[in-house]
Design a protein around this ligand. Structure first.
Ligand code: PLP
Length: 416
């Protein structure tokens, strides 16, 4: 199809720099920050130049309320094609009957899943926030805690593993309308079949909030929730490496309810530049290179966990099956908050997190971003040593910062 472009190409940072140097400087400084420090935040990644190109494209100008073929706005012929491609690629990638790719974020996807299946006041069983549940799993500060009656399950304080007996007992007692499985910090595979069994026993819907592992699922490095959950909620920007956004997967029986829960119930116009960028990311995730990436992410996390244990940190559950791990730095004489500050000063960026023990903050870190940069097991072993050094000796921070600069300099995420 012949297309006449009136723009020479997508606007670049150069254009921004000429018009608004104040903002351009922030963009460039942020790129420098991202590329000269170690990005160990488990929820972050480096999306590809192709995804960034779609995000910075004129599709951002288009209003498109509704769905392909049924929009409330004119001129949607081309963005309709982009959304159909995104949906088709998502369903093929995850083996799902239906995909909704319009959710603006992971939280919006969870909101839509609740809206599709629940009424205000319904009881929902989800992982408690002190054990690794997300804000949307019943925090009193979030719509979920305000509008639904959440009951929280937890992890065994010794093993750090989900206590499925407790899940079953709570489900029998509270008869929830839905059970949510998924976490912001659980380092092990989720046993979706076990959750399905409990959901069936009490007649509850099963919602999998796979915001974190969905990228590993795409790469065949983690079990898929799709065969088990009624609705799967996900983000597209974590291990999956796409644009910042959300997604829902479900069977065809719930497709209409899920679509109506996204638009018009909880959202307005779709962000078509992001939808197109999701399509690009799904295309990338279907390649053998992404499968290799996903497996390397897990291999790197395993080595990182082993080597951090060798440095003296307490690794929750003794290791990881995924891209993320949580550790308690207490054996090195620092609490989680102090540790995060020391590591930040040394150029290592990560989060604190809840630990199975009440009122103790640990550290959560992940390997998705550093693996995108091309780092492997040898680099993870080095990172663990730098980690231990920075935590044991505050005065070593400057020296570690130089080593981090050297390491990141050898693995540019956007070479060229
Ligand atoms: C990241 C995450 C979300 C929310 O994603 P946002 O895009 O930040 O709204 C929801 N649930 C879980 C389990 C997550 O890890």
């Amino acid at each position: 199809m012949p297309v006449t472009h009136t723009l020479e190409g997508p606007p670049s940072v150069d254009v921004l720099g000429r018009q608004d140097p104040e903002l351009a400087e922030i963009l460039l400084a942020e790129l420098t920050r991202q590329t000269t420090t170690l990005q160990l935040i488990a929820a972050e990644n480096f999306t590809s130049p192709a995804v960034l190109a779609a995000l910075g494209s004129p599709l951002a100008n288009k209003y498109a309320e509704g769905y392909p073929g049924a929009r409330h706005h004119g001129g949607c012929e081309l963005v309709d094609v982009a959304e159909r491609i995104a949906v088709q690629r998502a369903t093929a990638l995850f083996g799902a009957e239906h995909a909704n790719v319009q959710s603006h974020s992971g939280s919006s996807a969870v909101l839509a899943a609740y809206a599709a299946l629940l009424r205000p006041g319904d009881t929902v069983l989800a992982m408690g926030l002190p054990h690794g549940g997300h804000l949307t799993h019943g925090s009193p500060a979030n719509f979920s805690g305000r509008w639904f009656d959440f009951v929280g399950y937890g992890v065994d304080p010794e093993s750090g593993l989900i206590d499925h007996e407790q899940v079953r007992a709570l489900a029998r007692t509270h008869r929830p309308k839905a059970i949510v499985c998924g976490s912001i910090s659980y380092p092990r595979h989720i046993d979706y079949a076990a959750f399905r069994e409990v959901a069936d026993e009490v007649g509850a819907y099963l919602i999998a909030d796979a915001a974190h592992p969905i990228g590993l699922v795409a790469g065949g490095a983690a079990p898929s929730p799709v065969p088990y959950a009624d609705v799967v909620c996900a983000t597209t920007h974590k291990v999956l490496r796409g644009p910042r956004g959300g997604m829902l997967l479900c069977g065809s029986g719930l497709a209409d309810r899920v679509d109506r829960a996204v638009f018009p119930f909880t959202q307005g116009g779709a962000q078509m530049h992001t939808v197109a960028a999701k399509a690009v990311a799904f295309g990338e995730a279907a390649t053998p290179a992404f499968t290799a990436y996903a497996h390397q992410v897990v291999a790197n996390a395993r080595v990182l966990a082993q080597c951090l244990a060798a440095e003296g940190l307490a690794v929750v559950t003794g290791g990881t099956d995924t891209h993320l791990l949580t550790v308690d730095p207490a054996p090195l004489g620092v609490d989680g908050r102090t540790a995060r500050g020391r590591l930040a000063a040394a150029g290592m960026v990560l989060d604190t997190c809840a630990l199975p023990r009440p009122d103790v903050r640990g550290l959560r870190l992940g390997t998705a971003a550093v693996t995108t940069q091309g780092m492997g097991e040898a680099e993870m072993a080095r990172v663990a040593v730098l980690f231990g050094t920075a935590l044991r000796d505050e005065s070593a921070g400057r020296h570690v910062r130089e080593e981090v600069r050297d390491l990141t300099g050898r693995f540019p995420p956007y070479p060229g």
